[in-house]
Design a protein around this ligand. Structure first.
Ligand SMILES: Cc1cc2nc3c(=O)[nH]c(=O)nc-3n(C[C@H](O)[C@H](O)[C@H](O)COP(=O)(O)OP(=O)(O)OC[C@H]3O[C@@H](n4cnc5c(N)ncnc54)[C@H](O)[C@@H]3O)c2cc1C
Length: 505
């Protein structure tokens, strides 16, 4: 299915050009296909009507004012590495791409903080921080992700087991609300008890409450010595049941990942890595733990690795392999890139359920039964220390897949879990969120949304917005038969939000 552009809304383009300059506006054929998709596997692309590249907070505020006056949807876009379709302009309208707002404004070594514009990437920030022997430890698998996007999704990643997720690092924001108001929240402070915590409300809000134009984050010192340990286990339950003992041991691992047998074969092959684990042992290992420990000195690291190996073997690992630094870094990188391996293998969807970490094994057992009943293949790996399970779903039939994913999410919720641990709801998970969440919870979220964005112009059709994710020209078909779509006003063509006034054209 190819994306179809809606007619260009001339008044919008003209007014946006007056704000940012014509050279920072993309319309019609100037809009590259990249602006119409992220990395969500299950969603078709959709080109925006206009892409605008602001250079300042003031320009962002004026863009929102234009959009509000003309009732045009606004979708924020960082690096488009998201896995839930959050930056897809499902209802056309304006994509605000933050690629020009890519400056690191300050690195404060006394307060261990960095202040950045939203288009700064994780890689860019960490290169600058390394000069001060500092790092920003939030590491979702794709370091081309932007700070704005990672804040908007509350990105997690492998190092969350020691350092926490984005939420634990953001202390201040500058935002533009859906009314075009500019406000500073929080600051370079380590604690806050000054009214409702709006910083934390905006973190994870997926572009639906506000556009983030500046971010202040905590950063940490770099530990110079690291070791990667791989432990094969005869069962997945064996691998995940070690985690509580490991976390109370005081070893403070910075990464604790589980990888199932098929996924380990897939990611190592995709990355061209050969682990020195004998074939016989590989054949009997249904799961692996990959653990990284970091220390200030070599001696302390060696002590930790020895203790770790003893702990793992006492808890049922068939062996432990301490990888050479380059092989260790290669395996961690390969695990980070597991998504690309799954995509290359033809995965149809990715699920990132989070459950209480002791419930990983029963959850995976339920998933196995559900996958078998649906004649589908579901394999995966995940952040074992956080109970965050990443599953690749191979089932090409959209209706069967939709039911299967819904059943998997229901199983996760029954164990005390949530639909998404870090990828967000976006468009891809919205039908499940609407169906599985407590309606009172959804009502509270809707009230908060209305306070920040009364006209409903920010990222319509995502997370909790009841309008369907099908574009007005009928080019999207995301929800399966179990989730009938809500009626949408498709009159006028193109970019109208049903809750907003008709756009002037
Ligand atoms: C190979 C791979 C591995 C990954 N591994 C992980 C992982 O381990 N953990 C994890 O958490 N994620 C992971 N991801 C997902 C992705 O990297 C994160 O979701 C990331 O946070 C998205 O950042 P982005 O800049 O690409 O945002 P985008 O995809 O551009 O946007 C994501 C959301 O944020 C909103 N947004 C973007 N910028 C702003 C802004 N300035 N103001 C307001 N809203 C904004 C968008 O509207 C959208 O809703 C992975 C992705 C890939 C491709």
């Amino acid at each position: 299915m190819s994306p179809v552009a809606t007619p260009l809304p001339e008044p919008v383009a003209a007014q946006l050009a007056a704000v940012v300059g014509r050279q920072h506006l993309r319309v019609g054929d100037e809009i590259l296909p990249e602006y119409g998709h992220d990395e969500a596997l299950s969603l078709p692309p959709h080109v925006p009507d206009v892409v605008v590249l602001p250079g300042s907070t003031d320009e962002v505020a004026r863009i929102v004012e234009v959009a509000r006056a003309l009732a045009v949807p606004v979708t924020a876009r960082g690096s488009a590495t998201g896995l839930s379709g959050g930056c897809l302009p499902g209802h056309g309208g304006i994509v605000v791409s933050f690629e020009r707002m890519d400056r690191i404004l300050s690195i404060d070594t006394a307060n261990h903080a960095a202040v950045v514009q939203p288009g700064v990437t994780l890689a860019q920030l960490n290169v600058a921080l390394a000069e001060h022997h500092l790092t920003y430890p939030v590491a979702p698998g794709e370091d081309s992700a932007s700070l704005g996007g990672t804040v908007a999704t509350n990105a997690g990643g492998m190092r969350a087991v020691r350092h926490g997720v984005t939420r634990q690092h953001v202390t201040g924001l500058q935002i533009v609300t859906g009314t075009g108001a500019v406000v500073r929240l929080g600051g370079m402070v380590t604690k806050a008890s000054s009214g409702y915590d709006l910083v934390q409300l905006v973190v994870g809000s997926e572009g639906t409450l506000a556009l983030i134009t500046e971010v202040t984050v905590r950063v940490v010192g770099i530990l110079d010595h690291a070791a990667t340990v791989v432990a094969p286990f005869p069962t997945l339950e064996g691998a995940t049941s070690v985690v509580p003992t490991l976390l109370e041991s005081g070893l403070q691992p910075s990464i604790v990942e589980y990888i199932d047998q098929l996924s380990m074969a897939g990611v190592t092959e995709h990355a061209g890595i050969e682990l020195a684990i004998p074939e016989k042992e590989r054949a009997s290992a249904l799961a692996y733990l990959v653990i990284v420990v970091e220390q200030r000195t070599r001696d302390r690291l060696d002590e930790d690795v020895e203790e770790l190996a003893g702990l793992l073997e006492a808890q049922g690992a068939t062996n432990t392999y301490v990888l050479a630094p380059s092989a260790g870094a290669g395996l961690v990188r390969a695990r980070e890139q597991a998504f690309w391996a799954a995509k290359a293998a033809g995965a149809d969807d990715i699920v990132d359920v989070v459950v209480p970490r002791a419930a990983i094994a029963p959850f995976i057992e339920s998933v196995g039964a559900l996958a078998a009943a649906a004649a589908s293949l579901v394999i995966g790996c995940g952040h074992a220390g956080d109970g965050n399970v990443h599953l690749s779903v191979f089932q090409p039939d959209p209706a069967i897949r939709h039911r299967l994913v819904g059943d998997m999410l229901t199983a996760g919720k029954a164990l005390g879990g949530l639909i998404s641990g870090e990828h967000g709801i976006g468009v891809a998970k919205k039908p499940y969120f609407a169906e599985l969440e407590d309606p009172v919870h959804l009502d509270l979220l809707a009230g908060i949304k209305a306070a920040f964005d009364p006209a409903g112009i920010l990222n319509p059709g995502t997370t909790i917005d009841p309008i369907d994710p099908i574009d007005p020209a009928g080019h999207r078909d995301l929800a399966g038969p179990a989730h009938p779509v809500d009626p949408v006003d498709r009159g006028g063509g193109g970019i109208r939000h049903p809750g907003a006034q008709a756009p002037a054209r």
